[in-house]
Design a protein around this ligand. Structure first.
Ligand SMILES: Cc1cc2nc3c(=O)[nH]c(=O)nc-3n(C[C@H](O)[C@H](O)[C@H](O)COP(=O)(O)O)c2cc1C
Length: 393
């Protein structure tokens, strides 16, 4: 049976044999070249575990952003979010966020030498007001000297552990920094660069500008270039790889409430027709597994609190399930959740409308907040103290 596809992907063929090379980042070989995007509040160990299961552990699964200062100071919640599940023996991947090269270097050293991570990604794309207003995340590429200094010190401290950087196109249409950021990453020893093809002002609105990925690929020649933005179906990944020539894809919102997307991506990128998405019964089973993993990792109270935000994403588009959401958004225990979904029918096919439905972040744009005077002195690489802890995106 052919898999469900939306209209935009009606004619996209699966990969030809050998069409896409594995993604090589340091010692890591990721085959097919698919990466779970770091997402704050989402890509903790339980969610990564779920995505690993659906893709036979073949992709790269990056943690949510971990604030370097909170990590170095040993904040309990940060240490928990930075930790890995028992099933994460290979390709342990963590994203660091911070603005101070020394603090970031210290965090990288500890992660490499004591925590046994295999990959460190760095966040230079977070558009959250609190973050950019203090000169972090998407604001950092505005200061090429600071970006250079941060990447250099983290690469040095991480030793053999490969470091990659992730950034956006720039602040807004009038201040595009991605090509310079790519060159800096390449020059300072990053092992790959990833572009979310929107500006910070765009947040998550409109369509990602894949042509910027093409331009970055033409600019950064010696390390892999990863494309990111608007991969909701496996065929979107095929189109992005083919249209931009990028070396791998980074997948964010498309897998929210759809962790099986990684299995579909593995199939399509290796020349197989993906299976059709699960029916409601199988979706409910996946949601239950996710809840069990969250409870085992965070304890039942916090685990079920975490699960609540996923319930609407899992049930998206299935007729007759909306009435369950108010109770599911308040659910406190695993048994309560199981009882709430017990009377839902199982034999309901996956709704096409759910494939590309907006799952997180609305279509708004913003005027990006930067520290005062930040734009006047772009080549002054002043260091602003790291915030204690940030939940971002
Ligand atoms: C809920 C949420 C949290 C995010 N948190 C992070 C983060 O911690 N670090 C980061 O680099 N990007 C973060 N992002 C951005 C994603 O990694 C990705 O770049 C973005 O969602 C675009 O990809 P997509 O179109 O596949 O969703 C976040 C996105 C979402 C939706």
């Amino acid at each position: 049976m052919t898999a469900l596809r939306s209209e935009v992907n009606a004619d996209v063929p699966v990969a030809r044999p050998g069409e896409f090379a594995p993604l090589v980042i340091g010692d890591m070989v990721v085959d097919p070249p698919v990466v779970l995007a770091p997402m704050a509040g989402i890509t903790n160990a339980p969610f990564r575990s779920l995505c690993r299961r659906f893709s036979q552990d073949r992709c790269l699964y990056v943690s949510e952003m971990i604030t370097a200062r909170a990590f170095v100071e040993g904040h309990a919640r940060t240490l928990q979010l930075a930790s890995f599940g028992d099933d994460e023996k290979t390709r342990r991947s963590i994203q660091l966020y911070g603005t101070n090269p020394e603090t970031l270097a210290q965090a990288a050293r500890t992660l490499a030498e004591e925590w046994g991570v295999h990959h460190i990604d760095m966040n230079f794309g977070c558009p959250v007001r609190k973050v950019t207003a203090s000169g972090g995340g998407a604001a950092i590429p505005v200061k090429p000297g600071l970006l250079r200094r941060i990447v250099r010190s983290v690469v040095k401290s991480a030793g053999e552990v490969p470091v990659t950087i992730k950034f956006r196109k720039g602040i807004d249409a009038s201040l595009l920094t991605y090509l310079e950021a790519g060159r800096i990453g390449e020059g300072e020893g990053a092992r790959a660069v990833a572009l979310h093809a929107r500006t910070a002002a765009q947040l998550y609105s409109g369509q990602a500008d894949w042509s910027a990925i093409t331009t970055l690929k033409e600019t950064v020649k010696t390390i892999p270039v990863l494309g990111n933005g608007d991969i909701f179906e496996p065929w979107d990944a095929l189109r992005m790889l083919r249209e931009t020539g990028c070396d791998g894809v980074v997948v964010g919102r498309g897998c929210l409430g759809r962790p099986w997307l990684f299995g579909e991506l593995c199939a399509a990128l290796t020349g197989e027709e993906p299976q059709s998405p699960p029916d409601l019964g199988a979706v409910l089973d996946t949601m239950t597994t996710h809840a069990e993993l969250l409870c085992a990792f965070f304890g039942e109270k916090h685990g079920m609190q975490q699960l609540r935000k996923f319930t609407g994403w899992y049930l998206k588009g299935f007729p007759g399930t909306k009435k369950k959401l108010p109770a599911l958004h308040l659910v406190k225990t695993l048994d309560e959740m199981k009882a709430l979904i017990a009377d839902l029918p199982r034999d309901v096919p996956y709704p096409e409308v759910a494939l590309r439905a907006r799952r997180c972040k609305d279509g708004k744009t913003q005027e990006v907040s930067l520290p005062q005077g930040f734009l006047e002195a772009r080549d002054e690489d002043l260091v602003i103290d790291d915030p204690e802890h940030v939940d971002g995106g």
